[in-house]
Design a protein around this ligand. Structure first.
Ligand code: ZN
Length: 581
């Protein structure tokens, strides 16, 4: 009994694991027609597409390659509306008169042009111009060759009524009808005939569908004229069903299609093609997203209608991390939502600890938090580092070459994060920032602040007092036009000059200059005015070359580098001979 039960369970599980829609069991064999249009695309193709769309009819277009690029929009529409796109050579020659290379290039050039729209790897059917073929050209073409069993001679009559009558008089179940969409009369005649045949119960399908529905495989190099009824109708392809689930705060999409069909989909609202995602099981998406999918036995001509669905489960707002005197509090503006957090260095998930009340932190803690709720997807994860010295950063973490210097520079008041606790270690230091750092480092205390002679630094600027001091002390000068350019990034050679000058103004005696700056492999890039200051910086160990012996004089200084240099300056300065001013 136990064994029978487990077999039963296994069977149930097996059934459930295939998220498929049962295939349509056709109860009657429908009358099918493949209507085909050659020699386009051209301007009339669009009117034809409007007419086919209004009637819910699918057709097959044998296109001439050299017309494709100029009419790419039309080809794109043919493909997107579920018609079949097919190859009718590059320039419409009689293939049996061509060299082998000529035949191959006629076919492959067209295929390349079509692939640009339908996606690489698309398979095409072929029709030879004038129906002219022999066994040798067929072997070169390498595709099934589609002829016809009803030639409307539309190119000869150029008369819509004559075209319509030809179709109505000679069509039978399984026919392949030859028309040319380069004649407006063919478009009118075909649409009129379609109206009549629809009332007679015919269903219009692509050439590929005509054969698939009747269970007839198409073989490369073979000729096909029609596909008469044979008692088989596998039925049309059911559109896939797209559903979403929320698991662990993330949005997942599942797409189900009938057995044997593949599913192609996009997540940006565009029409899927051969190069789009091929569905291989439930997948996560960001919200909102639009999934557009088709079930297909072949994306070019044997696919379902497209299904498009937008999923908009909102995402919770990222939590805010606040630390006051070593006590962590977390909050989110999303209601109702819970904040989850971890302090062990792992990224927070909705399985982490739920936040309920402030937590006392240990120094060195790495905080990670996310917010989520029943009706909300998990927010982006927010991380931060509570340093040894009690600073908090969202973008400085332990283990980097600059971490300790930044921690110290901030604790010492030389530098600071922004009000959201971002230090921006990789951002370039501006001239205004460098002067401010140095001003704070030097702990300048003054009663009044002399005006600055620069038009681009005003009293409300954070760097104003620092610029006033540095200008007055001769540490900086401006640019022509009474400009200081406070937002301009500082290069390594500029910073060298500013720090060297600062030390001189503090009456520090620097080592004698011995031409060390010439030893750098990029010494030629050091500006002549900067060379003495570069030597000063190397001599006192504030700046070094990189591992390739370069000084990189013209590179911007990052905030992380500035912190390291400032901390080194604090170590070096007291040991330099000279007197404080
Ligand atoms: Zn043709």
């Amino acid at each position: 009994m136990k064994r029978i039960l487990s077999l039963f369970l296994a069977a149930v599980l097996l059934l459930c694991s295939f998220a498929m829609i049962p295939s349509v069991q056709a109860t009657e064999n429908r009358k099918l027609i493949a209507i085909t249009f050659d020699d386009g695309p051209c301007a009339y193709t669009e009117r034809l597409l409007d007419g086919l769309q209004a009637r819910g009819v699918k057709a097959t277009f044998f296109m001439v390659g050299n017309r494709i690029e100029a009419n790419a929009d039309i080809v794109t529409r043919v493909y997107a509306e579920g018609h079949q796109v097919a190859n009718h050579t590059w320039s419409h020659p009689e293939l049996t008169t061509q060299t082998d290379d000529g035949v191959i290039s006629q076919v492959s050039q067209t295929q390349e042009a079509l692939d640009a729209i339908c996606g690489a790897g698309t398979t095409y059917l072929f029709r030879t111009p004038y129906g002219s073929t022999n066994a040798h050209t067929r072997s070169l073409v390498g595709m099934p060759l589609i002829q016809w069993d009803l030639d409307t001679r539309d190119w000869e009559s150029r008369d819509a009524t004559a075209v319509k009558d030809m179709i109505l008089n000679y069509t039978k179940d399984g026919a392949i009808i030859l028309l040319h969409d380069i004649h407006p009369t063919s478009v009118d005649g075909a649409l009129a005939a379609i109206d009549e045949l629809l009332t007679q119960g015919y269903e219009f399908v692509t050439v590929r569908e005509l054969f698939r529905r009747r269970g007839v495989a198409l073989t490369e190099g073979e000729l096909y004229y029609n596909c008469p009824p044979n008692g088989t109708d596998l039925g049309p392809i059911t559109a896939p069903v797209i559903t979403s689930t929320v698991t662990d705060g993330k949005l997942y999409i599942t797409i189900a299609a009938q057995e044997g069909a593949e599913i192609y989909y996009t997540t940006d609202g565009s029409c899927p093609n051969q190069e789009s995602h091929k569905y291989a099981g439930t997948f996560p998406v960001e919200s909102p997203c639009t999934i557009t999918a088709a079930a297909a036995y072949n994306m070019n001509g044997s696919r379902s209608d497209l299904v498009s669905q937008t999923f908009t489960t909102p995402t919770a707002d990222a939590p805010k991390i606040r630390i006051d005197d070593g006590v962590l509090s977390l909050s989110t503006t999303t209601v109702p939502a819970t904040v989850y957090y971890s302090l062990d260095g792992n990224s927070a998930t909705i399985h982490s600890q739920a936040y309920s009340e402030p937590v006392t932190l240990r120094a060195g803690a790495i905080i990670s938090a996310t917010a989520a709720g029943d009706e909300y997807l998990a927010s982006p994860v927010v991380n931060g580092y509570y340093t040894k010295r009690g600073n908090f950063f969202h973008d400085v973490f332990p283990g980097r070459w600059y971490t300790d210097a930044i921690d110290l520079a901030v604790s010492s008041g030389h530098m600071s994060s922004d009000s959201d606790s971002y230090f921006a270690p990789c951002a370039p230091v501006t001239r205004g920032e460098l002067v401010t750092m140095l001003y704070r480092y030097a702990q300048i205390q003054r009663e009044d602040v002399p005006a600055v002679p620069f038009t681009d630094v005003t009293e409300t600027d954070e760097c104003y007092a620092a610029v006033s001091w540095a200008y007055g002390a001769g540490i900086i000068s401006g640019y022509p036009g009474d400009l200081f350019l406070p937002e301009q990034p500082v290069t390594r050679q500029e910073m060298s000059k500013i720090i060297s000058t600062y030390l001189s103004r503090r009456s520090k005696i620097l080592p004698e200059r011995t031409g060390q700056s010439e030893q750098f492999t990029d010494a030629a890039l050091i500006s002549p005015w900067a060379a003495p200051y570069v030597e000063d910086m190397v001599a006192i160990g504030l700046f070094q070359g990189d591992d390739q012996g370069r000084y990189l004089p013209l590179c911007s200084v990052t905030r992380a580098q500035a912190a390291v240099i400032l901390i080194r300056l604090a170590e070096v300065e007291p040991s330099l001979p000279g007197a404080e001013l």
